[in-house]
Design a binder for this molecule. Structure first.
Ligand code: ATP
Ligand code: MG
Length: 365
């Protein structure tokens, strides 16, 4: 297989249970060696897609292709797939060695090779020497690594991970997150990861696939999806955003000016396609709303305001600002902390504004 050819491809795939359609006409391409994350609210169809790739749920329509082969009718044991689920499901009465060796024995690999590969898999997950232990003698994080070792030892075409970190506490979860990424990189293994934790998705992925109600809303690099949400749903679901209703009062040079319903006018750099008089929403990430002392900056999109409330979040402060414009802002506390009642200036770069039409879809780009 050539470099850049996708390992997994879904073409207009529809999935369901009984008469219920859980996933509708989904197209997805997972390039070889990449880490792709399915992100979305509970019930949006993430697990169902993983199950379909594994062969646990039949496709009602469309094609599932793994390494160039249509696998719709290929049973699970004939697809070369590594699976890790939330409740890692190790065999409790088997040793770590037997747990990790399971898939290799099943495939008829000879004994010497099994020993070598199990040892290497345990090295990769940084748990050398635990072969003779039982799962119950290991911590949650260690058991999760064994589950990972068991999945990668067979050298699967694709590794499917369904919220594998969600049973772990916050600290361990973060640690395992870093480790998971480094294991994926080391092995260069094509990975599809499911989470509803957006931070996890943004931190780990080459590509984030945002889903809602059985459909893909947007797929792209984390920074792209974050910066250029394709829809209201993505803007709202990913990160903290201001969604300000208004109307287009000027268009020029592929930019636009919006009169906000709450007062004030805002210049938007990417407004190609916006129509004069059109009702829009302007999306501005809370992290991109800059709160400064009055008269601090010059340029477009400066608004006088007052701090209505402030919450301290470690190195960041979350402000609610009222005045010429009503917005939420999250700023690092580097130079200055503002307090309730302080007069401030709000500055928003025109390139940080995204326009949505009345159907909630992005205008421009
Ligand atoms: N075995 C099943 N039988 C019937 N309906 C199911 C079954 N499994 C899932 N569903 C339904 O299919 C839809 C998608 O479920 P799925 O498990 O794929 O969601 P998910 O995105 O993984 O959610 P979560 O984040 O809660 O795990 C949901 O509406 C769910 O109720
Ligand atoms: Mg799920």
């Amino acid at each position: 297989m050539t470099q850049g050819e996708p390992t997994v491809e879904l073409r207009r795939v529809t999935l369901g249970y009984g008469g219920f359609i859980a996933v509708k006409d989904v197209d997805l391409t997972v390039p070889t060696g990449t880490f792709v994350t399915l992100l979305g609210p509970s019930g949006c169809g993430k697990t169902t897609i993983l199950r379909a790739i594994a062969g646990l749920v039949p496709a009602l329509g469309g094609e599932i292709i793994i390494k160039g082969r249509r696998v719709n009718d290929v049973p699970i044991h004939k697809r070369n797939i590594g699976l890790v689920f939330q409740n890692y499901a190790l065999f409790p009465h088997k040793t770590v060695f037997d747990n990790v060796a399971f898939g290799l024995k099943y495939r008829g690999v000879d004994k010497a090779a099994i020993e070598k590969r199990v040892k290497r898999a345990l090295d990769v997950v940084r748990l050398p020497g635990v072969e003779s232990k039982l799962p119950s003698e290991l911590s949650g994080g260690q058991q999760q690594r064994i589950a990972l070792a068991r999945a990668v030892v067979i050298e699967p075409d694709v590794l499917l991970l369904d919220e594998p970190l969600s049973a772990l506490d916050a600290n361990l979860r973060e640690e395992m997150r870093v480790e998971l990424k480094s294991i994926q990189r080391t092995l260069g293994i094509t990975t599809i990861f499911v989470t509803h934790d957006q931070e996890e998705a943004l931190a780990l992925s080459d590509c984030v696939v945002v889903m809602d109600h059985g459909r893909i809303e947007q797929a792209g690099a984390p920074e792209e999806v974050y910066r250029w949400p394709a829809s209201r749903f993505v803007a709202d679901f990913l990160g903290q955003s201001n969604l300000l209703p208004g109307q287009i009062i000027d268009v020029a040079n592929s930019g636009a000016t919006v009169r906000l319903s709450g007062g004030g006018e805002i210049l938007v750099r990417n407004g190609a396609g916006a129509q004069l008089g059109q009702a829009v929403e302007t999306v501005i990430r809370a992290h991109r709303v800059m709160v400064r002392p009055p008269g601090h900056e010059t340029g477009p999109n400066l608004f006088d305001g007052r701090v209505q409330s402030v919450a301290y979040l470690g190195g960041m402060a979350a402000y609610v600002i009222e005045g010429e414009i009503g917005v939420h802002a999250i700023n690092t506390i580097d130079r200055q902390i503002f307090r309730e009642g302080d007069r401030v200036q709000v500055s928003i770069a025109p390139e940080d504004c995204v326009l949505l039409d009345d159907k909630g879809l992005r205008i421009g780009h």
